[in-house]
Design a protein around this ligand. Sequence first.
Ligand SMILES: C[S@@+](CC[C@H](N)C(=O)[O-])C[C@H]1O[C@@H](n2cnc3c(N)ncnc32)[C@H](O)[C@@H]1O
Length: 206
Amino acid sequence: MGLLENKARARLFYKYLSRVYDRVNPFIWNEEMRAEALSLLSFPEDATVLDVGCGTGFGTAGLLEHVDHVYALDQSPHQLEKAYAKFGKQGPVSFHLGDAERLPFASNTFDVVWSSGSIEYWPRPVRTLREFRRVLVPGGQVLVVGPNNPNNTVVRKLANAIMLFYDAEEADRMFDAAGFEDVDHTLMGPSYDPDIAITTVGRAPE
Ligand SMILES: C[S@@+](CC[C@H](N)C(=O)[O-])C[C@H]1O[C@@H](n2cnc3c(N)ncnc32)[C@H](O)[C@@H]1O
């Protein structure tokens, strides 16, 4: 398990990264990629939408182009502070400080659960994906943007020692074990490496 697949360490890491996150992020996860990921979802009218690991709200802002209100959760108070500064605490986003693995929501609540760039920090990804399934309505959609998986073998080995990286086969195994159906993957990335990241969509069983 990678060094940052540990909630306390990830929280500490984001205490510092939050200071520069919005300046660094566009080099690896940008508006074009976000639009492509959003296009993989269909938003029912008045959809209830949850953004898990919302960070400073980059994914949240994209979701707000499709719905009027988003529930957003992150375990880093420092990341959330940056998000509050953008959206306000009582605006179109209901923020929650909490753990992706223990979502503070009733079962069968959301039409869509979105999570971008967070899975690589979860110590138990399958358990967390099961938690997503719990809060989704039957037939509800999940979308998870995975990490940018380095092509270079040495860099990938190093990266794996830090956090989770996975391919389509591993994603199939995780989403299947979590009970999702109609699982599908799309590779995307910034222009300098357009296939570097895997995004997975699936549905909770009807
Ligand atoms: C790379 S940032 C992604 C932020 C945002 N989703 C985006 O698209 O820019 C990863 C975020 O996941 C959060 N995170 C990591 N592990 C988490 C957990 N177990 N529960 C909730 N949030 C978590 C981190 O605090 C961080 O803000």
